[in-house]
Design a protein around this ligand. Sequence first.
Ligand SMILES: *[C@@H]1O[C@H](CO)[C@@H](O)[C@H](O)[C@H]1NC(C)=O
Ligand SMILES: *[C@@H]1O[C@H](CO)[C@@H](O)[C@H](O)[C@H]1NC(C)=O
Length: 316
Amino acid sequence: MKIFVNIFLGFFIFETVDAVPITDTVIYDSEFYEEPLGELLHPFVYFENEQSDQLETETGTALPSVTHESSSSSPLAEEPEEEASTPKLIDGSSALGSGVLRPQSHEDLPTCLLCTCLGTTVYCDDRELYVIPPLPKKTMYFYSRYNRIRRINRNDFSNLSNLKRIDLTGNFISEIHEDAFRRLPQLQELVLRENRIRQLPELPSTLTFIDISKNRLGRRGIRNEAFKDLHKLQHLYITDNNLDHIPLPLPESLQALHLQNNNIQEMHEDTFCKMKDFNYVRRPLEDIRLDGNPINLSKTPYAYMCLPRLPVGNLI
Ligand SMILES: *[C@@H]1O[C@H](CO)[C@@H](O)[C@H](O)[C@H]1NC(C)=O
Ligand SMILES: *[C@@H]1O[C@H](CO)[C@@H](O)[C@H](O)[C@H]1NC(C)=O
C-alpha cells in the first residue's frame, strides 16, 4: 500500500513538473532494460540490475491497486493532485512574476530562474544553453542535457565542493579545459554522452562512473594510463568513439567496461588477466562489451581466464 502511494505520488509529481528532464532511455546493461521510472523516483541514481528488476516488480503489483483504490475511495485520489502542484512553484521559469520563487540566496537567482533548482539538484535540460550557467555553491547534482554547450571552461565548475554528478549528455562539447574537473573533491559521476569530445581532460580520482560514449576520442583522445589512478571507478562506458585500443591499465574496482562500436582490432593476453599469475582472479569485472569491433576474441584464449564471464564480442 505504501509503495503504491509513493509510486503514484511520484508519478504525479513527475507528470506535472514539465521542466524536469525527458526520460530518454540510456542502455547500460548488456541485458537491455528501460529505466524511466527509476529515473523519476531517484533522479540521480543509475540503477543496478537488481534494483531495476525490483522496481518493475513493485510497479507490477502496485498498478492493479491503483485502479481499485481510485474507483472506490475518492479522498485518496484527490490527494496526489494537491501534491502535484507543489513542484511547479519551485520551477523558476513558471514562477517568474508570480512572486512565489524564493531563491536561497541572491547569487543563486539567475540560474534558478532559468533552470529548475530542487534542493541541491539543478536541472537545466533543454534550455538552449550555449554555456554552463553559474551554479549555486551547494549544487550536488547538475543536469544540463540537450543544450548547445560547446566547451567546458576552466572555471565552469570551480569551487563546487559538493558536486557529485555532472550530466551534459547531448550537447556540442568539443573542448574541455584540462583542469575543468580537477578541483571537484566529491565528483562521482561524469556523463558526457553524445558530444564531440576529442580529448579527455584530467579526471578526479573520486569518480565511480564515467560515460563518454558517442564522442570523437579516436586514437589519441585518451592519454596513457588515464584511468589507472581512479581506484573507485566501477563503470566505464566508451562506446562509439572510433577507439583503436583498450585503455590500460584498468583499475581493479572496475565492474563494467563497454567498448562496443569502436575500431579495436587487438588485445593482449594480459589485458584483463595476469599471464604470470594464474591464481589471479578479477571477480568484479563482470560486464565487458567488445561487440562491434573488428577483433577476433578467439585469438587470445587465455585473456579471459581470470574473469567471471566471457566478454561479449566476436568469439568465432
Ligand atoms: C573560488 O574560491 C576562492 C576562495 O574562496 C576565490 O578566491 C576564487 O575567486 C573562487 N573562484 C571562482 C571562479 O569563483
Ligand atoms: C578467429 O581466430 C581463430 C583462432 O585464431 C580462427 O580459428 C578463426 O577462424 C578466426 N575467426 C575469424 C572470423 O577470423
